[in-house]
Design a protein around this ligand. Sequence first.
Ligand SMILES: [Zn+2]
Length: 71
Amino acid sequence: MKCPFCGCQSFYLKDQDDEYETYEFDVEKGEVNFHSEVNESDVPELREKTHCYCNQCAWNGKFGELKNSGG
Ligand SMILES: [Zn+2]
């Protein structure tokens, strides 16, 4: 799993209720690992359709698209 645009493996989600609240995570080795400062009990459930954003470029899209990007 990686960004289809830049190959980065670091992403973030936005809170559905507060667009300024973000949750960063990495997808190294195909596993989702939220950063240590993220309280996982606050994180929205990560589904195929969850919108996520690349940390290094302007790419954003559904989490399911990441998994289908190969690699
Ligand atoms: Zn990217």
